[in-house]
Each structure stands twice: as structure tokens, then as C-alpha cells.
Design a protein around this ligand. Sequence first.
Ligand SMILES: *[C@@H]1O[C@H](CO)[C@@H](O)[C@H](O)[C@H]1NC(C)=O
Ligand SMILES: *[C@@H]1O[C@H](CO)[C@@H](O)[C@H](O)[C@H]1NC(C)=O
Ligand SMILES: *[C@@H]1O[C@H](CO)[C@@H](O)[C@H](O)[C@H]1NC(C)=O
Length: 369
Amino acid sequence: MLALGIGQWWRSKLSLRWRQLSWIACWISLYAAETLPTCPFSCKCDSQSLEVDCSGLGLSTVPPDVPAATRTLLLLNNKLNILPSWVFSNLSSLQRLDLSNNFLDQLPHAVFGDLVNLTELQLRNNSIRTLDRDLLQHAPLLRHLDLSINGLAQLPPGLFDGLLALRSLSLRSNRLQNLDRVTFEPLVSLQLLQVGDNPWECDCNLREFKHWMEWFSYRGGRLDQLACTMPKELRGKDMRMVPMEMFNYCSQLGESSSAGLEVSGPPCTKASLEPVKPKPGAEPEPEPSTACPQKQRYRPVSVRRAIGTVIIAGVVCGIVCIMMVVAAAYGCIYASLMAKYHRELKKRQPLMGDPEGEHEDQKQISSVA
Ligand SMILES: *[C@@H]1O[C@H](CO)[C@@H](O)[C@H](O)[C@H]1NC(C)=O
Ligand SMILES: *[C@@H]1O[C@H](CO)[C@@H](O)[C@H](O)[C@H]1NC(C)=O
Ligand SMILES: *[C@@H]1O[C@H](CO)[C@@H](O)[C@H](O)[C@H]1NC(C)=O
């Protein structure tokens, strides 16, 4: 009897435990279902950090069933080439998105339009050649943006408007030749900017950006190297080390009416005054024939004016000289003809002395002839 009672007591205790356990299990599964209901096939999902890791799976499309609550989505090392503009439209909780090492070449302008909480966007090592200026307009919380190792040759003005929280930006290893100061002015929180390994043309077009860089460094921003590839005289030099005075000619060019042609001319005259010391570790310079083919050497305005004056003076002198020679030749020929005529006249009419008679005789001669 007692044993039976103990047995029942145990059984009821156990069933209570089971019920509790099943309740807990149920709660956990419900919670999990609420946060990360499904995990896309082959991806790894972490319901704690709300991270979905679909990296290195050879994907050519983004999995359609990424849970809406995902905070971190890793899609690096795949074969993504084209993204439909709606592909992230349900992932408005996303904070980190990594699309590195794919084959993306164009991004629809609205593709990140719903990612209002995005703080980190990695687009490193793709094939992006152009960016739409509205691409990042709806990601005001963005703090880290990596666009390195792409084919960007230009950044559209306005691309960074509204990115007031951006702290680090990488543009390393692209095809950028110059940057516009206006594009960078909205980045008031920027602390790190990487621009190395681009074919920078250190001419008047980069002068305003140099001003911006100086201000950026002054307020504590860090910048990697901006090494010039053009003009030849500045190759390998860091743009920040090139004295601002070397760009004084730019404003002169801006004033003179003939600025259009030579505004992108490199500051060759001044650069040749202080020849660039080849860096000890630098590779031997390949011939820049392709880099700087038909650009005219720059000459200061005064020199160009002087040359112009000399040329005009020379032309005028030449014309005057030619006219004088022609006049002299004409005079000589006329004089010799007249002399010959007078000689012949004198031979025929040796006795005639007065000029008027001579004139009449001339007529006679011609009528005789
Ligand atoms: C977004 O969610 C809605 C409703 O939950 C669904 O109908 C739609 O297909 C989803 N869109 C994408 C692109 O996943
Ligand atoms: C964005 O983040 C804030 C704060 O973390 C949160 O309150 C808000 O719900 C998030 N928005 C979306 C669309 O997930
Ligand atoms: C860039 O991506 C390609 C293909 O995804 C990869 O083979 C290559 O190693 C990557 N390069 C760098 C520098 O990460």
C-alpha cells in the first residue's frame, strides 16, 4: 500500500516534470519560430545573434526564405551576379550585409532601399563599375561601407548624401582617377578612408579633393596613401605631400579664357624644377606612354603670353620684310628697265636733249616700230 502510494506519487511527479519540460520545449520552439522560423537550405543560422550565414555555397541567387528578423546576412564567396531590386525588401531588420567576393556588376538603385537599419555593407571584390547616386539614400545608419576591389571609375555626386553616420569607407583598388570634394562633404563622421591602389591623376581636377583631405586630416581622419600615377613627375608621390603651391596654376587657368584645353594639364614645369627622387623600394617605372599620351605640357600663363607675343611679332615682321623685299625687287626691276630704255633711246637719238622732245620721239619710235 505504501509502496503503491510512493509509486503513484513518483509517477505524478514525473508527469509533472514531463509536462514542464514539454512546456519549456514548446516555448523554445515557439520563440525560435518567431525569431528564425526557417533556415535557408545549406545555410547556417544562429538564433541567438540572428545571423544567417550562406557564405561559400556557390549561390547564384539569394535564398528566398531568409527569415525576416535576420540581423546579419553573410553571402560572401558566392557567385551572385545580378540582384533583383526586391531581393532584400523583407529584411528591414538587417544590420550587417556581406556580399564580398561575388560577381556583382550592377546594383539596382533600390536594392538596399528597405534596409533602414543597415550599419555595415560589404561589397568588396565584385565587378561593380557604376553606382547609382540613390543607392544608399535609405540607409542613414550606415557606419561601414567597403567598396574595395571593384571597377569603379567614378562616384556619382550625391552618393554619400545623408550618410551622416558613416565612419569607415574603403575605395581601395578601383579605377578612380579623381574624386569630387562635394561628394565627400556630407561624411561628417568619417574617420577612416582608404583610397590606395587607384590610378590617381594629380592635376587640377584633384585639387579641391586635396583641400578636403587636408581638412579631413586636420579633424583627425585617417587616410591611407593616395599615390599619384599621373603626371609622370609626381608618380608614386603621395598627393598629400605635394605642396598646394604646385596647383596655383589651376586658378590662373580658371581665369584665362583658354582654360578649357589645358585645365587637366599636369604641373610639369614646376615639377621638373624639383625632380622626384625615385623611392628605394619602388618598382622601376614602366613607360607612361599609355598613361600620359597626348596631354600638353603645362606652361605658366606669362610664358605662354610671351610666346604668343613673339609669334605675332615674328609673323608681322615677316610680312613687312616680304613686302619690303617685293617692293625693293620691283623698284630694282623698274629702275633697270628704265635705265635700259633710256640707254636705247640715247643710242637712237643721241642729239635729243629735252625730255618733252624725248617723249614725242618715244611715240614716233613706237609708231615706227
Ligand atoms: C515578403 O513578405 C511578404 C509577406 O510576408 C511575402 O508575400 C513576399 O513574397 C515577401 N517578399 C519577398 C521578396 O520575400
Ligand atoms: C531598427 O532598429 C531599431 C533599434 O534597434 C528598432 O527599434 C527598429 O524596430 C528597427 N527597425 C526595423 C525595421 O527592424
Ligand atoms: C575575389 O573574388 C574571386 C572570386 O570570388 C576570388 O577568386 C578572389 O580570390 C578574390 N580576390 C580577393 C583579393 O579577395
